[in-house]
Design a protein around this ligand. Sequence first.
Ligand SMILES: [Zn+2]
Length: 209
Amino acid sequence: MLHEEWPCLLGRWDSLQALVKGLERPYLSRVGGYDVSALYPDPAVAIRIATEYELPEVLPIPVYDLLRVTEMGMPLPAPEAYREAKLSALTADDFHKLTRGRAELRVHVLDVLDSYTCVPPSCGVCFEPPDEDVNPDAPEDTACQKAFREWFGEAAKRGLCAPDPIAWFLSASSQCEFLSACPGCKEWARKNFQSIREDLWSRLPVLVW
Ligand SMILES: [Zn+2]
């Protein structure tokens, strides 16, 4: 049961998220309000059960989920669906670990956004020769690299991907369509976003708990 609700495979997690997300709107139009907690398994309860029954392989997934449920985001322009978790199920030690996990995840994601792992290599199509004054040991970004770097810089500054980086990098694949970068670089980025997601997912046990 716990393994089904909290799958260790990213592909399975994505399918579950898409499935439940699709149920939110019909559910809210039936019951009213914006609370969709009843549609999702409770991550705080799952953390307690996985800890008590010694299921360490399950733990990182409800921990990640709880971090996104309890993330304080920016004020939303319009009311949106929200979830709550049964925080009373957690121990003081759990809260301590969660605080550390949130910080570790945030630092790691900011590092990814700031590194060259996100930015396409010089593609040849978009290359602009650097100014003569530029230090040849530190060449300037190409036009495409600049577009991607600015986008990631903005996302990092505004904390756009902080609550749920796994979902953010999934939506980034469609968002990058609007960037002023060449089709080759966008295609590279789309493939790369999936690698970044898989890498993040595999690091969750170390990062969040
Ligand atoms: Zn390019």
